[in-house]
Design a protein around this ligand. Sequence first.
Ligand SMILES: Cc1cc2nc3c(=O)[nH]c(=O)nc-3n(C[C@H](O)[C@H](O)[C@H](O)COP(=O)(O)OP(=O)(O)OC[C@H]3O[C@@H](n4cnc5c(N)ncnc54)[C@H](O)[C@@H]3O)c2cc1C
Length: 280
Amino acid sequence: MSVATPHSLDEALSALAGQPDAQVLAGGTDFMVEVNYGHRRPTAVIALTKVSALRSWKVDGTHLVLGAGVTYTDMINPEIAVPFPALAAAARTVGSPQIRNAGTIGGNVGTGSPAGDTLPVLAALDASIELRNTAGTMRVVPWTEFFLGVKRTDRQPNEIITAVHLPLFESKQDYLKVGTRNAMVISVAGLALVVDFDGGNVRCGLGSVGPVPLRARQAEAWVASNIDWEHRRVPDPRTYETFGAMVADASQPIDDHRSTAEYRRHAVGVMAQRALMRMI
Ligand SMILES: Cc1cc2nc3c(=O)[nH]c(=O)nc-3n(C[C@H](O)[C@H](O)[C@H](O)COP(=O)(O)OP(=O)(O)OC[C@H]3O[C@@H](n4cnc5c(N)ncnc54)[C@H](O)[C@@H]3O)c2cc1C
């Protein structure tokens, strides 16, 4: 097996052009588990760990552009955590310090697991995924078009995920997660809530309750029409419970080894209600 360790994105893309079957490795926290279980047998690997450009982030007009190599530990940095508290909250729930130091946003997006903790946050923020191919062409894909099914994404074999674009706006945000214990746990259900005071809307991203991250769009529209945006309050306290029930209805959970569909539906409803009560 050959392993390339490029130092720049151009080098990484040329390595991929030279070996189209090569598989991209970031922190390895999903990749190596699959290798260890024999589910993945790479003949060539392109390791991105030394591509420092992917590890940075910058404000670009109305967006924060987060390099694909940004780790969960980086996401807790105030430069990211202050504008995007839901992303930082999701990052804090991931694995252990070792996993948070190695695991990246590009890897979470690249795996495209329904249980990926950043995915509901990206859905609620209406994020886009930036990719570059071996011909040097860049494309930016809205999250709605990127996640196609369980661990299936729109990334083409000749592409590297280079960044995630997060729109900047004034909001309150949170990420809540239910698992079978408090740490080192893959989510049974996850929920990201964003209350956008600029736009007068509420956005609710759901994880682990469908094949791809979901948005509870009907619940969002209904609750937005029941908020007094001028005074930033919810006039009728029954709104919270109805919102929770509507979010639960928007989920599409299944029974599996981690939980039942029934419990997952209940959990997202409770999380939606709680998150909204904490914010407004
Ligand atoms: C003990 C343990 C606990 C965990 N806990 C959690 C948890 O709580 N929440 C959670 O969401 N996940 C968890 N995970 C899963 C994993 O840590 C995350 O999904 C992580 O974000 C993967 O990132 P990585 O950099 O390690 O990706 P890698 O494992 O290197 O790669 C993952 C996939 O993405 C592809 N890829 C990576 N980067 C790119 C790129 N730039 N361009 C194209 N393709 C790319 C790879 O080819 C591979 O298919 C856990 C894993 C372990 C081992």
